[in-house]
Design a protein around this ligand. Structure first.
Ligand code: PLP
Length: 362
């Protein structure tokens, strides 16, 4: 019977592999380093008691505070259910299923392809270069029919920034033809690298942001799309009438107050210091082949025997994110930066693993 139902679904949904979120992959851990979350809860409390009323579609205070934080006008800001909803709204507003395409450069964030497949839009990939920068000539050759180009900077899962000169060339190349979307989910860890200052010069530049990472509010589901008013107005046509629950808007406004932003910045300083400590500690371990430089709250690490590292840590309740299946990332695991204590526990577990290795070889 369930077969009959399955066959009623759209063909692309029948064929779809849903996004393998860290939560979906599961695991029984007490050290969660697999979803790039902030390791500790932040102490916000609900202040609004108006749940009998529908919420505002675009809560004024949240929009104004984010515009202020990003150095833009309120007309250039859209708030949605996470940056993930922004990724999808752009496709729904700009791409004709069966006709238009999106483009992105793997290895990168997994939701671009999942959203495209769900909506039934073609996605085209142009692999990043060996240093994970944009292959501009190959992108130029693949632009026919492309409406949206997703560039993740800093890139998840590799941790590097995309060279801004290359993004500028991409913007010149696509003027009047396609939108360039800079996914800045991790920009708070390297704020000087933001491209929001370019929005004034490029009507087709879009920047995606979130409260899920540096703001420590992944459970809130709140993200932002930044662009010129013409783009925002189109997205407002396709967004749900009440995309943000009242409690979400309530807490987002608090997170974007002066105190909320100061708290976020202190967390960023703490995580950046932990990352530098962890990066050095990892580099000295015999089981580690390479620690890649990162501008984010995670490290991409190539191990000599990554399946064994992953499984051994998993069994000890230390949960990392496997990147082996991502193009060019064989042997790589992604490690979110936790508290200093969690970083130390990880290193102790890896040192023990290296010890077992030596004994087996002896
Ligand atoms: C986490 C993440 C997002 C999604 O953020 P949400 O606001 O939680 O939906 C988008 N892009 C990248 C690159 C991310 O890592």
């Amino acid at each position: 019977m369930s077969d009959t139902i399955t066959r009623l679904a759209r063909a692309n949904i029948q064929a779809l592999t849903p996004y393998q979120s860290a939560r979906r992959l599961g695991g029984k851990g007490d050290v969660w380093l697999n979803a790039n979350e902030y390791p500790l809860p932040v102490p916000f409390e609900l202040s609004q008691q108006t749940l009998n009323r529908y919420p505002e579609c675009q809560p004024k205070q949240v929009i104004e505070r984010y515009a202020d934080y990003a150095g833009l006008t309120p007309q250039q800001v859209l708030v949605s259910r996470g940056a993930d909803e922004g990724i999808e709204l752009l496709m729904r507003a700009f791409c004709e299923p069966g006709k238009d395409a999106i483009l992105f450069c793997p290895p990168t964030y997994g939701m671009y392809s999942v959203s495209a497949e769900t909506i039934g839009i073609e996605y085209r990939t142009v692999p990043a270069l060996a240093d994970w920068q944009l292959n501009l000539p190959a992108i130029a050759a693949a632009l026919e029919g492309v409406k949206l180009i997703y560039i993740c900077s800093p890139n998840n899962p590799t941790g590097n920034l995309i060279n801004p000169d290359a993004v500028r060339q991409l913007l010149e190349m696509t003027r009047g033809k396609a939108l360039v979307i800079a996914d800045e989910a991790y920009i708070e860890f390297c704020p000087q690298a933001t491209l929001t200052g370019w929005i004034a010069d490029y009507p087709h530049l879009v920047v995606l942001r979130t409260l899920s990472k540096a703001f420590a509010l992944a459970g809130l589901r709140c993200g932002f799309t930044l662009a010129n008013a013409a783009v925002i107005d189109l997205l407002l046509k396709v967004i749900a009438p009440y995309p943000l629950a009242t409690p979400v808007a309530d807490i987002a406004a608090q997170a974007l107050s002066a105190e909320g932003i100061a708290l976020m910045r202190s967390h960023v300083a703490e995580l950046n210091a932990n990352r530098d400590w962890l990066s050095e500690a990892l580099a000295s371990l015999p089981c580690v082949e390479q620690v890649f430089a990162s501008e984010t709250n995670y490290l991409l690490v190539r191990f000599i025997d990554s399946p064994r590292v992953f499984k051994t840590l998993w069994d000890q309740g230390i949960i990392l994110r496997d990147q082996n299946k991502n193009p060019g990332l064989a042997g790589c695991l992604r490690i979110s930066i936790g508290t200093r204590d969690e970083c130390e526990r990880l290193i102790v577990a890896l040192q023990a693993l290296a010890g077992v290795d030596t004994m087996e070889q002896a």
